[in-house]
Ligand binder design. Structure first.
Ligand code: G6P
Ligand code: MG
Length: 222
């Protein structure tokens, strides 16, 4: 194992709840839709536009909106989201993540970020973690979003390492599928049943460690 590819939202910081709060507000204020709580899981790891299209399809109102209106709604959601995350600081880094980063770097493991979020560089900076990562894969540069492997492959390519030397960490079903499709062992953070396609699931980021990642990587590659 030479590289660890991290998802951001729900792995490094708990921004999934802020994404969902912003979608709920957009749906209620602009679309007169009340999003059920179950939607939060379904939107994890899904790009901004794809998330909006899922919501419009769910409300059976997709055909009422043209491309420009969809772009405007997505921009409005992002304004709500940016307000939600305005006060993010290093205290919002999830438990165990700083320790894990320290352990990985002590073992010369490269770190990259494979988030679907266009806000990822801004969020890493607010958390004070921007200089800890060797690469941040740009979601605007990849052709297919999660569950396609593209962003994880980009995370490996930016460091010039083959996917077989990497391991990925994700909280979303679409993200686990993306890691596996990239040919990397996948660590899930969350519900073991929901994330059963992962090679290992931890219920909290506090349970992540270099030793765990290394042992899963060896097991999958043996
Ligand atoms: C992550 C989140 C998704 C979000 C996506 C795009 O994958 O899990 O909920 O929709 O990023 O984020 P953005 O900040 O670009 O709207
Ligand atoms: Mg996530």
């Amino acid at each position: 194992m030479k590289e660890c590819v991290f998802d951001l939202d729900g792995v490094i910081t708990d921004t999934a709840k802020y994404h969902f709060a912003a979608w709920k507000k957009l749906a209620a204020d602009q679309l007169t839709l009340q999003l059920p709580a179950e939607f939060e899981t379904e939107l994890k790891g899904i790009s901004r536009i794809d998330s909006l299209i899922r919501i419009l399809n769910w409300g059976k109102i997709r055909e009422h909106y043209n491309d420009q209106q969809i772009a405007d709604l997505a921009a409005q959601k992002n304004d709500y989201y940016l307000k939600e995350i305005a006060n993010l600081t290093a205290s919002d880094i999830l438990p165990g993540i700083t320790t894990l980063i320290n352990q990985l770097q002590e073992h010369d493991i490269q770190l990259s970020l494979a988030s679907a979020s266009k806000n990822a560089p801004f969020i890493l900076k607010k958390l004070g973690l921007d200089d800890r990562f060797d690469a941040i894969a740009d979601p605007a540069k990849v052709a297919h979003s999660k569950p396609a492997p593209d962003i994880f492959l980009e995370g490996a390519a930016e460091i010039n390492l083959p996917p077989a030397e990497c391991i990925g960490i994700e909280d979303a079903v679409a993200g686990i599928q993306a890691i596996k499709a990239a040919g990397m062992p996948a660590i899930g953070v969350g519900d073991p049943h929901e994330l059963r396609q992962a090679d290992e699931v931890v219920t909290s980021t506090a349970k992540l460690s270099f030793v765990l990642l290394e042992s899963v990587w060896r097991r999958v590659n043996s």
